[in-house]
Design a protein around this ligand. Structure first.
Ligand code: ADP
Length: 467
């Protein structure tokens, strides 16, 4: 398996080079032969024509073939041909190459020349009267191909073969160098991916170059970065959770020990303190569960058109008694015009409850909490505004992080675990919206939820479905 890509690349390059050379050689040879043959045959036709004309002239002068034998033999010798003359009855009357001079130009040779296309037959006509037939045969195996032309042709073919050989050698070297460069980087990436698979998130994925492999390296590097971030968050979350669980558990444990040792009486007050801690634990577990449910991964969000003025009036009104108990006014500053957003109703309800719960927690007696809706073209949403404790500006960038509390001592007392706003953020993001905060210490806070505004058509569909 190892090196097989390199082998394949090298073999492919060499095969293409060899194929190209063979094809080019063949084509060159064919073109050469074809053109040269065409040229030679035109020369041959011309020469034969001259022989014919000379024969006609001779015949006209002498009127009988027997007297021109000598001239015909000479003509054959000078033109490098064998000339045979047949009379009208097909009887051979003159052969420029008499039997005794024939040598190797025998019957078999004659047949071979015929096959090579080097024998031509013509009718001999004098004053429009056929007087016989002439057969002209080229001497020499190659007809009009001169020995120089043959040497030249061989030279060209040998040069082509030499060039081909050099090209193949170059192709082998270039191909294997390219293949090696690729496989070295692929092997490095494979090793890095193996390390990543074994949990080593800091493996070096960078490979040189600016091609697809370098891009793959970059992508894997980014993946490793994300994995490492996930790993960090997971560790932080685990330590945060155990820290959060430890405090109420330790309190409960110390109370129980005090009861066992008779240090504290198991009266109503002490039991209430234990209960409060166990309540805190239960709330924490609930929050954690909700947070994991709000994680965007694999979460199904069912967006539908929700009219916010109606929704807020209905849902927030349920919280009124709670606010009244603490002497906080819960006011609705909702307009007449319907404000419609695309949201998941269950998620939106959780968002609203978390924001109201915070406003309730962090607003002192006699304070005021207001709900407002807004719509700006493509976006719409609502605000939860309180005139409570507010926060220092330095906390604002962090309050949506899990377990972050603006003021540890203050919120410890109010029972917050720092998860509520993390849940709000996850839910709003998974609905495609955003959450923003403005706050000033001592003056209050404002949380703004912005979602996508949606159409009339959707709104009427929801009305018909749910009222
Ligand atoms: P908690 O359960 O502690 O309230 P959250 O995630 O809901 O956790 O809020 C994070 C922190 O942000 C809180 O601990 C609190 O300090 C601050 N905070 C949230 N809402 C308000 C608010 N309406 N007024 C003042 N501070 C707030």
């Amino acid at each position: 398996m190892k090196g097989s890509i390199a082998q394949k690349i090298t073999l492919t390059i060499v095969a293409v080079a060899v194929g190209g050379i063979v094809l080019a050689g063949l084509m060159a040879n064919v073109a050469w032969e074809w053109n040269f043959r065409r040229y030679l045959s035109s020369v041959e036709v011309e020469q034969n024509q001259k022989i014919l004309e000379a024969l006609v002239e001779l015949y006209s002068e002498e009127d009988a073939w027997s007297d021109v034998r000598h001239q015909v033999m000479q003509m054959g010798m000078t033109s490098g041909t064998q000339i045979r003359l047949y009379d009208q009855g097909g009887v051979l009357v003159i052969d420029s190459l008499p039997r005794m001079m024939m040598g190797r130009h025998g019957r078999r040779w004659q047949l071979a020349q015929e096959q090579r296309g080097l024998v031509q037959t013509y009718a001999l006509e004098v004053a429009d009267k056929k007087v016989g037939t002439v057969e002209i045969t080229r001497l020499g195996q190659w007809g009009l191909w001169s020995p120089e032309a043959l040497v030249f042709r061989r030279g060209v073919l040998l040069t082509a073969a030499g060039t081909g050989l050099v090209t193949v050698v170059v192709a082998i070297f270039a191909g294997s160098a390219l293949a090696r460069r690729m496989t070295v980087r692929l092997e490095r990436l494979t090793r890095a991916a193996e390390k990543l698979g074994q949990g080593e998130v800091h493996a070096d994925m960078a490979v040189e170059g600016d091609d697809e492999l370098a891009l793959l390296g970059l992508t894997m590097d980014r993946l490793a970065g994300r994995l490492s971030e996930q790993d960090r968050l997971r560790k932080k979350l685990t330590s945060d959770i155990s820290h959060e669980l430890r405090t109420p558990l330790a309190t409960i444990q110390s109370y129980l020990e005090a009861f066992r040792d008779g240090v504290l009486p198991m009266d109503g007050r002490n039991l209430a303190a234990v209960l409060e801690e166990s309540d805190r634990l239960a709330r924490l577990v609930d929050d954690l569960q909700e947070l994991s449910g709000a994680e965007p991964t694999g979460k199904r969000v069912e967006l539908q058109a929700i009219e916010l003025n109606g929704f807020l009036t209905r849902e927030a009104a349920l919280a009124r008694p709670l606010f009244a108990q603490k002497g906080i006014e819960l006011a609705f500053a909702l307009g007449e015009v319907p404000v419609v957003v695309a949201a998941d109703e269950a998620m939106l309800l959780k968002v609203l409850r978390n924001l109201l719960s915070n406003a309730h927690k962090y607003t002192a007696e006699g304070g005021k909490v207001e709900l407002l809706t807004f719509a700006t073209g493509e976006e719409a949403g609502f605000l939860v505004r309180d005139n409570g404790l507010g926060m220092e500006a330095e906390h604002l960038p962090h309050i949506f992080e899990r377990f972050y509390r603006a003021d540890q001592s203050r919120t410890r007392g109010t029972g917050g675990s720092g998860i509520g706003l993390a849940i709000v953020q996850e839910l709003v993001l998974s609905m495609g919206g955003r959450v923003e905060v403005e706050s000033e210490p001592g003056r209050g806070s404002l949380f703004r939820i912005t979602l996508e505004a949606t159409t009339m058509k959707l709104r009427s569909a929801v009305r018909a479905a749910g009222g």
